[in-house]
Design a protein around this ligand. Structure first.
Ligand SMILES: [Cu+2]
Length: 491
């Protein structure tokens, strides 16, 4: 994918070590254990309290960083729910700013979707009741406050939602939370010498705010002891702006089993993949050979844009003799733990695509960035969709419920991860080419590039009114905050 600024991959010079560039004063620290957010069962309708609050969190042992979280210091608990159940969330805003919280990937009506119209003022509560009708998937919840999403997510306002269903129960996949089914929230953060988070929407690069250090569930290069068998990683790219190339340092094969909105029809064997901001990928990695597995999350923007980069990124390190960056996460198999060793099911899901005569409406979305006065900082850029900056008082599109539509999305410069609320969709084309097999599942993120159209097939099953419309937007959060977003109703 083409990034807006193309930096060169340089041999030796330390550029590729960026994945773990820390303030020098921090020194080297002992390895930390992967933090596993607390699991809360919402499947019985029991209200789940989520208190939006400030806290202090040690990204690095011994250094306290001011943060935000949901009922915890950084990030939020993992919420587990089921298809055909009611999920009751009780948000309480105990912080100083308004906060809206969106359920990303959830098929719920606009009035409980948590868009920017649904800001919770300091001291107030918001108690959405969500009817979960969709299939098993890994979703998430995060700040969606108008103009403040980037900063609030960066400081910690994000958490995971896991939906189960009868199909996922029956498949004999690793599903012991925190043991062989791990939530993996990938983000990058920049710290100053005191350990405080550095963020400025105004000073963001045109690619968005790119943190220097990768954090996984809020920890730097953590390790996780896992059973010596199949382990499922629910990867969430929770970064503000980074596209990562995800793979293991030994180039081992892993199996992608799910995209944003549910299980793939069958597992797809991969050695590397790209993940855009907002995207989720569930993968299975096999540790039966008892060798540790080191997960790399390379910064795609640090490589030259070229054909086959994602598949061949490790060979660039070999060719130039550049050492690999420190892993973002190391899985250490422990033979004393009971392991999942049964083979992966070959059929995971059935996905029915609409026929051409069912698709009755086509809409085009052009994402554009215009610089005012030739500046390169975000402060001087206008971010638009179809020539308009997001306006809370304008409904940009009106969609009919239950109708298949074809949406064509492209950008005038660079790659933008496009997200649509209230649905899952199927990708028909990316960059003018057929959808790769590992993207042929239900999605709510698609990358729009500048050389050809991405097309998706989408149908909405829930209502979103003028008062509580849905959003479509770029998931580079700085682009979103600066206006690359639109509103639509579904009636
Ligand atoms: Cu964008």
């Amino acid at each position: 994918m083409k990034k807006i600024s193309r930096r060169q991959f340089l041999a030796g010079a330390g550029m590729v070590l960026a994945a773990n560039r820390l303030p020098q004063s921090w020194g080297k620290s002992p390895q930390v254990t992967l933090p596993i957010p607390k699991l809360l069962d919402g499947s019985q309708g029991t209200p789940i309290d989520l208190q939006i609050r400030s806290g202090t969190w040690s990204f690095k042992p011994g250094i306290k960083t001011p943060t935000l979280g949901f009922s915890q210091d950084y990030l939020g608990p993992t919420i587990r729910t089921r298809q055909n159940s009611e999920l009751n969330l009780h948000y309480q805003n105990s912080w100083l700013e308004n906060v809206a919280v969106h359920g990303h990937g959830l098929h719920v009506p606009g009035i409980v979707d948590g868009g920017p119209q649904l800001e919770i003022a300091p001291g107030d509560r918001w108690k959405p009741s969500l009817s979960i009708v969709q299939q098993a998937a890994t979703c998430w919840y995060h700040s969606h406050t108008h103009g403040k999403t980037g900063e609030q997510v960066y400081r910690g306002l994000a958490g995971m939602i896991i939906i189960d269903d009868e199909n996922s129960d029956s498949l004999n996949l690793p599903s012991r939370y925190g043991i062989d089914d791990l939530p993996i929230i990938i983000q990058d953060r920049t710290f100053d010498s005191e350990g405080e988070l550095v963020y400025s929407l105004h000073d963001a690069h045109e690619d968005g705010w790119l943190g220097k250090t990768v954090v996984i569930n809020g920890a730097i290069s953590p390790v996780a002891k896992v059973p010596a068998g199949k382990v499922r990683l629910r990867l969430l790219n929770g970064a503000n702006a980074r596209f990562y190339i995800v793979q293991f340092s030994d180039n081992r094969t892993f199996y992608k089993i799910a995209t944003d909105g549910g299980l793939l029809p069958a597992p797809v064997a991969l050695t590397s993949m790209e993940m855009s901001p907002g995207e989720r990928c569930e993968i299975i990695v096999d540790l039966e050979d008892v060798n540790p597995a080191s997960l790399l999350t390379l910064f795609e923007d640090e490589f030259e844009d070229e054909e086959g980069l994602v598949e061949n990124v490790l060979s660039l390190f070999n060719q130039t003799g550049t050492p690999l960056p420190e892993p973002s996460l190391t899985l250490i198999p422990d033979s004393s733990l009971s392991a999942h060793t049964e083979p992966l099911p070959q059929k995971l899901n059935s996905i029915t695509r609409p026929s051409e005569n069912e698709i009755t409406v086509t809409r085009d979305f052009m994402l554009s960035m215009e610089s005012e006065g030739g500046g390169h900082g975000h402060g001087e850029m206008e971010m638009m969709i179809n020539g308009a900056v997001m306006n809370m008082n304008v409904i940009n599109e009106r969609v009919k419920k239950g109708i298949w539509e074809r949406w064509r999305i492209r950008s005038d410069v660079g790659a933008h991860p496009f997200h649509v609320h209230g649905c899952s969709f199927l990708i028909e084309q990316m960059e003018g080419a057929d959808t790769p097999v590992d993207q042929q599942g239900w999605k709510d993120m698609v990358v729009a590039d500048d050389d050809d159209w991405a097309t998706i097939l989408v149908r909405f099953e829930h209502e979103a009114t003028e008062k509580y419309p849905y959003m479509y937007h770029c998931h580079i959060l700085e682009h979103e905050d600066l206006g690359m977003m639109g509103q639509f109703t579904v009636v």
